[in-house]
Design a binder for this molecule. Sequence first.
Ligand code: G3H
Ligand code: 13P
Ligand code: NA
Ligand code: ZN
Length: 328
Amino acid sequence: ALISLRQLLDHAAENDYGMPAFNVNNMEQVHAIMEAANEVDSPVIMQGSAGARGYAGEPFLRHMIDAAIEQYPHIPVVMHQDHGSEPAVCLRSIQSGFSSVMMDGSLEADCKTPASFEYNVAVTKNVVDMAHAGGVSVEGELGCLGSLETGEMGEEDGHGAEGKLDLDMLLTGVDEAVDFVNQTNVDALAIAIGTSHGAYKFTKPPTGEVLRIDRIEEIHAALPNTHLVMHGSSSVPQDWLAIINEYGGAMGETYGVPVEEIVKGIKSGVRKVNIDTDLRMASTGAVRRHLQENPSNFDPRKFFKAAKDAMKDICKARFEAFGSAGNA
Ligand code: G3H
Ligand code: 13P
Ligand code: NA
Ligand code: ZN
């Protein structure tokens, strides 16, 4: 059944678990997520980015998620629009039936320029007013995602935001977060606490605390009724990185957010954990390996199935680690 983000994350908060929110672009990803959720009895959040809408087309994206809901009627599913760049984008998703939208007013509509607090409040409040009138949930974002190590922004919604940022933008402030939620009434708030988008998050194997867990705790204590969201939460699996490179790929050395660190974040109040890169890497590694090991094959279903199985394993591992397994 289709449910709103607020409904699902309220349940997650009451039962102390976190929800992975997987980006979807094609049928194989939808199948992987649903098969995994079905096997471990987890609810599901699937989200479509601007890039996904450009790739699949909005009707295909939406109908793929609707098909999943039809095939698995016992699994609660949130259909979420990721990183809306302006209110009009969110309005279209609300009208077409998404149960949740993200208005990312942390950047201006070009998805590159860090926006002012006042701009962010104005566009986000506008979306909340429209969405809540129809029972649709809203996620906002305060702070700019980027590496605390280098100040680089990484990829925001695939548009490749450029330039270095100051530390005060890379870390969401507690007072500012309270002010933002009071003025906008968002259901969920994406915060900047040390993660960044894309595969290139950390240049060295992360040791000790890679996230600002202390800041998550402070924001959660100040805003107990607002569900905290962590973008850029791929773990960049080293086994898939090695397989990609072994079978002809050329990815550089890179590290993601360790799953144990995300679990600490969940214990500190994070409820939604955005993951895209991990499934991309599993998919690419599995296809590269399958094609090289089966050179006579020309049936795409064979390598797409290998991709699906690889993604499914990661989905199951995240549902289990984050504690959503058993909660469908
Ligand atoms: O936030 C970024 C997501 O990974 C989506 O990326 O716009 O390339 O689909 P995309
Ligand atoms: P990753 O690039 O770490 O998978 O993050 C995805 C994301 O935040 C989508 O909104
Ligand atoms: Na989102
Ligand atoms: Zn994101």
